[in-house]
Design a protein around this ligand. Structure first.
Ligand SMILES: C[S@@+](CC[C@H](N)C(=O)[O-])C[C@H]1O[C@@H](n2cnc3c(N)ncnc32)[C@H](O)[C@@H]1O
Length: 716
């Protein structure tokens, strides 16, 4: 190893690196080109999208001169250099050397030890074997190692290994500029390997050691930025940790680290990293903004307080919302494996949790659901590789075989931002692609609303040309009920789960896996390999003989309405006929030989919801305002019996429409209007939290309007 530095510098770098055990396809960090490419192609969260190659090269520019600053060379090291200098004489070092970056140098202590009036200069063009490549990064001037030579004397040669390392690093930068990310990654990794060898080698001179430390630090930092752009968070943490070990105050590394920690929702640690970076760059707006963002997210994740008013009221783009874990925990259930439970008494509308989608995938109707599943699984597998926490989160999800699997109960901190959790070393959490596909099959949610920007989907008439599916991990522990007690809204990728009625401490939280109004929900639910035995399903079973004929009739109309072969006229006829069924269904419900309260009777209507909505459509086509109001009132009542049905958009829209028609009928100063207003406010409060009556009225005024079909919809 003694002569390694000279040898390395003289040899062709690629050959040398192969000899050192370097393989072009598998880097020392263990990722292959394929793997890196797949990370790069995976969707990025908005906050990472601004991390461009430019920011990497910008970092290189900013920090470049620091590499060889004489200020960071201790007097002992300098003596060493001067002793080895080909001039064979001692050189003076001036204080002014590399002024531009002097202030940035962290090694104040080392500066103190330096004689104040010496300057060393090496011109590596003269000495480096790769001198043709040693043009400065801007091709403006020849590449110079910034250890400057003394007054007009001949420049001594820099340590060849340092030159070689710097050249390798610059090759990486050049490759990056040409768009060859993997090539750049190769060069940085190569440089890190060789630099670390040199640092371990006792024969490496102190000067070379100092330079190698700086170059290796910069390579770690540049590589971390590449990893950041590829969303390989854990790798960013590893590389920045190494860089910061070499220079604890290296701003670029602190910034990358902060960003990775932020993406991993380790907001507290991200704030620490950004603060440290800011203390070195007081005027850096990017760092200040990142710090502000992490502080905001940290506050959100602790308090569950989000400002989404502009998103709701003005249709602004969805703001970033951090995950939040409210009064919930995961427990064993007697009938459905594990489930999510509320830990304290809460009112309707209480925010239970906020969860950002780990991945969302869309497909057109022509593609199969299997395509969607494969897309999602690929993205999730990449994320699991990028973050241990995600890997554990996915590991705990069911694969649909509760009798065979026993992942146990995950601690809730696994899902809580900035919280420590203890990975169980006994568990084999490795996931194969097939494992993830199975988990996707049993744990994803329909993401159409999130894809269409949350509430804005209403503007598109409740249709989206694509089918979308997403993975929200903590909500995946919700079991199904046909009368769910929670409801969902979206703010971009963030799913907000709220209590849809008052809940007692210890109650199990439920959602509906299919539309509550789906008359064939029993069949739809089979996909999750269980049979629902909730109260509503039990009641349906008892009522089946009395409602069977009507249901079959409705099925016929429904299939004609959705048939591609049916003409427009046929479809309209079916809508009218199904709307005509209202009276008969009401009669049948009245004559049911069962002692059931009004709410439970409404459960029967829920399964016939389509006839009530068709009835509203027919009423809307006419001019009778009372008929429209009656139809809307009926729908509001039905939706209330199932606590809004698990997703709040329909109930908000129905009640907004009701309020508008009421106002149109008698104005706002009637007792009737007041009663409806109270009802409507309750629906909005449950869906969006307590934002105040004034806000909701403004929301209805600004954002709910008639579309071409005369429906009241949420404006885009
Ligand atoms: C999204 S997971 C819900 C969490 C799941 N219980 C667990 O332990 O991971 C869906 C699976 O939970 C079970 N499940 C959900 N709701 C159920 C219910 N009402 N009755 C029985 N099993 C249910 C089914 O096995 C279903 O495939």
């Amino acid at each position: 190893m003694a002569g390694s530095s000279t040898h390395l510098a003289d040899s062709d770098s690629d050959t040398e690196i192969t000899r050192l055990g370097y393989d072009n396809d598998v880097l020392s960090t263990g990722y292959s080109k394929d793997r890196f490419d797949s990370f790069q192609s995976s969707p990025r969260k908005t906050e990472e999208s601004h991390i461009s190659r430019d920011s990497v090269s910008e970092g290189e520019d900013e920090l470049d001169p620091e590499n060889f600053s004489s200020n960071s060379v201790s007097s002992k090291q300098k003596n060493d250099v001067t002793k080895r200098s080909p001039l064979g004489e001692r050189k003076e070092v001036t204080e002014n050397s590399a002024r531009g970056f002097e202030e940035r140098d962290d090694h104040r202590g080392e500066q103190e030890q330096m004689p104040r009036h010496h300057e060393l200069r090496f011109n590596c063009q003269e000495s480096s074997p790769g001198s043709s490549k040693t043009k400065c990064k801007h091709d403006r001037q020849p590449f110079q190692l910034s250890i400057f030579a003394t007054e007009n004397r001949e420049a001594p040669k820099p340590p060849p290994l340092a030159v070689h390392l710097e050249l390798t690093r610059r090759e990486g930068n050049d490759k990056l500029k040409k768009g060859d990310t993997f090539g750049a990654l190769n060069r940085y990794t190569m440089c890190i390997r060789q630099g670390e060898f040199a640092l371990l080698d006792p024969s490496t001179s102190p000067v070379c050691r100092t330079l190698a430390r700086k170059i290796v630090k910069l390579c770690y930092s540049s590589r971390a930025q590449l990893m950041l752009a590829a969303r390989m968070w854990d790798e960013v943490l590893i590389d920045t940790e190494k860089a910061l070990k070499l220079d604890p105050r290296h701003a670029k590394s602190l910034l990358s680290r902060g960003k990775a920690l932020h993406s991993l929702q380790e907001y507290k640690q991200a704030c620490t990293a950004f603060s440290a970076a800011l203390s070195r760059n007081h005027n850096n707006i990017q760092i200040a903004a990142s710090l502000h963002e992490s502080m905001k997210s940290h506050h959100q994740s602790l308090s569950g307080e989000y400002d989404i008013s502009q998103f709701l009221l003005l249709g602004h783009p969805p703001p970033e919302c951090s995950d939040y874990v409210g009064p919930v925990e995961i427990r064993e259930t007697p009938h459905a494996g594990r489930g999510l439970f509320v830990t304290e008494r809460v009112d309707a509308g209480c925010l239970l949790l906020v969860s950002n989608a780990l991945a969302i995938a869309s497909t057109t109707a022509s593609n199969t659901a299997a395509d969607l599943c494969v897309k999602l699984a690929g993205n999730l597998l990449n994320l699991a590789k990028a973050s241990k926490r995600v890997q554990y989160q996915l590991y705990y999800l069911t694969s649909g075989k509760p009798e065979l699997e026993n992942p146990g109960i995950p601690e809730i901190n696994l899902f809580r931002p900035s919280s420590s959790w203890s990975p169980d070393p006994k568990k084999n959490v490795d996931l194969s692609f097939i494992d993830v596909v199975k988990k996707v099959t049993f744990n994803t949610f329909d993401a159409s609303r999130a894809v269409c920007d949350g509430l804005k989907i209403e503007a598109k008439g409740d249709t989206c040309s694509t089918i979308s599916s997403g993975m929200w991990v903590l909500p995946s522990f919700l079991n199904h009920s046909c009368v769910p007690n929670t409801g969902i809204t979206f703010v971009g990728r963030a799913m907000f789960l709220r209590a849809s009625r008052d809940l007692e401490a210890g109650e199990e939280l439920t959602t509906s896996y299919t539309a509550c109004s789906n008359p064939n929900r029993k069949k739809s639910i089979k996909k999750w390999h269980f049979e629902c035995t909730c109260e509503r399903c039990q009641q349906d079973q008892l009522m089946e003989p009395y409602m069977k004929e009507l249901r079959e009739e409705l099925d016929e109309y429904s299939s004609r309405i959705s048939s591609k072969k049916a003409t427009k006229a046929e479809k309209l006829r079916s809508i009218f006929k199904s709307a005509d069924m209202v009276e008969r269904v009401e009669k049948a419900i009245k004559s049911l030989p069962l002692e059931v309260d009004a709410r439970r009777r409404n459960w029967v209507r829920v399964s016939f919801m389509v006839i009530y909505t068709n009835n509203l459509q027919v009423a809307r086509a006419g001019r009778d305002l009372n008929q429209k109001i009656q139809a809307l009132q009926k729908l509001t009542e039905i939706e209330a019996s199932i606590n809004g049905g698990g997703v709040y958009y329909t109930s908000m829209r129905t009640s907004a429409a009701l309020l508008r028609y009421m106002q149109k009928k008698d104005g706002i100063n009637t007792a009737e209007f007041d009663t409806v207003l109270k009802q409507v406010m309750k629906v909005f409060k449950t869906a969006l939290g307590n934002m105040g009556e004034k806000f909701f009225l403004e929301l209805i005024r600004r954002r709910f309007s008639k579309n071409k079909l005369g429906e009241i919809v949420w404006l885009h």
